[in-house]
Design a protein. Structure first.
Length: 255
């Protein structure tokens, strides 16, 4: 897709916002500034991280470290209260690191209020997918998260799934729920991508900020925006042809 090419049907009442090659159609009264290369480079974009475990918390800290405003979301009230008090609950993450991110007036915030995604430009989902008795990923947390944030989803946002899962989950499970609860259309109203987490807890050599990220998008624009965002925190991104392909690379890595 060339710069300025249209996505969707370009129906009346919509306008295109273009930055680099990323275009998203935004309509009428719900108009919101789209996530663009410029806003990423200026660090004016707000990044929301859902799931503040051993994957989500280091990811949040990586974005905070390079100057983004970040909002952490989790259903566990105890985790949220500890973070906002500058305390860690993860063994390899010291209290000092948490207080440096959450302990300032203009620092990160943690919340159990999932409607806060409405102020985020990018929403990264890193919720657990424990194996079922049939050795398949349990998708209940992905499904419940999508249903929780759907009503607050805004036009122009980027939604990225990071949870380990089987190929097809992003497009066949998460996207339909987001569309149902938001009334928006993925790829036209908002961007969607998959980028598998590659966290190795406690590994002092390889951390979130120095591990290359595989990224697959729902479409070319989604891929472009997701790559641009992750390139702010990692040394290299590895683009692949689709969300399904990116999901498959994580399974292959785990075998």
């Amino acid at each position: 897709m060339r710069k300025g090419d249209r996505i969707g049907d370009g129906s009346a009442g919509k306008r295109a916002v273009t930055e680099g090659v990323a275009t998203v159609f935004i309509s009428g009264k719900d108009e919101k500034l789209a996530l663009t290369d410029e806003r990423i480079n200026e660090r004016s974009a707000v990044v929301g991280i859902i799931g503040l475990g051993y994957v989500g918390l280091p990811l949040l800290m990586s974005f905070s470290d390079v100057g983004f405003r970040v909002i952490g979301l989790d259903s566990d009230r105890e985790k949220v209260d500890l973070l906002n008090a500058g305390r860690s609950y993860i063994k390899h993450v010291p209290h000092s690191a948490i207080s440096g991110v959450f302990g300032t007036s203009d620092g990160a915030e943690a919340t159990t209020d999932f409607t806060r995604v409405e102020v985020c430009d990018a929403v990264l989902i890193a919720v657990p997918t424990p194996l079922t008795r049939h050795r398949e990923p349990d998708l209940q947390y992905i499904q419940s998260t999508a249903a929780s944030i759907g009503p607050s989803l805004q036009k122009g946002q980027l939604v990225v799934l990071e949870s380990t899962t089987y190929p097809g989950t992003t497009e066949e499970v998460m996207v339909p729920i987001l569309e149902q609860y938001s009334g928006l259309q993925a790829g036209t109203d908002f961007h969607v991508a998959y980028s598998p987490e590659r966290e190795d807890p406690g590994n002092e050599q390889y951390r979130t900020s120095n591990i290359p990220k595989v990224v697959g998008g729902l479409d070319e624009n989604s891929l472009h925006v997701a790559q641009a965002l992750y390139e702010a925190i990692v040394p290299q991104t590895v683009p692949v042809s689709s969300c399904r392909t990116a999901e498959g690379t994580k399974l292959m890595e785990n075998i």
